[in-house]
Ligand binder design. Sequence first.
Ligand SMILES: NC(=O)c1ccc[n+]([C@@H]2O[C@H](COP(=O)([O-])OP(=O)(O)OC[C@H]3O[C@@H](n4cnc5c(N)ncnc54)[C@H](OP(=O)(O)O)[C@@H]3O)[C@@H](O)[C@H]2O)c1
Length: 318
Amino acid sequence: MAQHYKTATVFGGTGFLGRQIVRGLARRGVIVKVATRVPERAYFLKPSGDPGQVVPVACDYSNAQSVQRAIEGSDYVVNCIGILFQRGRGRNFKALHTDLPGSIASLCAQSGVKRLVHISALGVEAGTSRYAKTKFAGEKAVLENFPQATILRPSVIFGEGDHFFNMFAEMSRYLPFLPLIGGGKTRFQPVFVGDVAEAAMSVLEAPRARGQIYELGGPEILTFKEIYERLFKQTGRVRALVSLPFWAAKMQAFFMGFLPNPPLTMDQVESLRSDNIVKEGALRLGDLEIQPTALSVILPVYLQTYRRGGRFSKVQEA
Ligand SMILES: NC(=O)c1ccc[n+]([C@@H]2O[C@H](COP(=O)([O-])OP(=O)(O)OC[C@H]3O[C@@H](n4cnc5c(N)ncnc54)[C@H](OP(=O)(O)O)[C@@H]3O)[C@@H](O)[C@H]2O)c1
């Protein structure tokens, strides 16, 4: 009897998280369609599987037929598309965080997709930023159109190529001080990218995960200030921390917002007003039998390049 290979479509599979999910699925023998605006961007993922197993698929998100083609024939769909700032018509929070997930979910339902996993973010329920509000509306749109979908809400994600730790480590190379927005009291529960990818694959297989929301956090809760301290410990570059009230950080972010790739936006400052930690009683990594990985295990692996004197220099305790 011919073997039926499972097929998955990963939207945003070229991204920091998406690529780990693509690799994990390929390791499990799944044929993976990497839906992307620019197929060449997904070529680096081809060696993650056997020849022909990982297939970049061009997707024009403004065209439902194009999205439909990316989904057609797949058993699983994972949506990892997300943005941190808006720019022009193609980069809009509502379009990408709310409308697109809703239409992906609706097309999944019409195409007989068995499982849909949608990546949201922690704290969106109560968040006041546009990022959070549109992400939360996106969750609702997904569940309305595909009630059996599973939503994953990660806290800030760390790992090689992350946006958060790498950005502050890079800033600490050049700046004599770093901003402590809102006094640095916002609490985070950083989660390892490998654990989030593992969770996405685990919920694809687990019938109990259907229609559920999982909040994904790491083993430690740290304030913004404590995160800087961890960073300094790894890089040996201790920088002065300058406390900036939210209003002042917003002013600074207003001007940064004109840069092509702003390191900080007014909306991100707004999101720092609320904690980013797993809620009491929420389903979490432990419910998927995943032991969260500690920052101390992973940070040295990829932050060593920021050490004074480079990656081969001795670790200098900060
Ligand atoms: N990183 C974190 O700390 C974190 C924390 C909480 C939640 N999340 C959520 O997790 C998901 C993945 O995050 P990530 O950090 O892996 O993001 P990422 O590295 O920025 O990748 C996101 C993907 O979205 C696609 N994309 C970006 N802009 C787009 C646009 N204008 N139109 C259509 N597609 C676009 C890109 O695919 P192509 O360029 O190939 O088309 C890209 O690969 C997102 O939903 C994010 O909100 C991330």
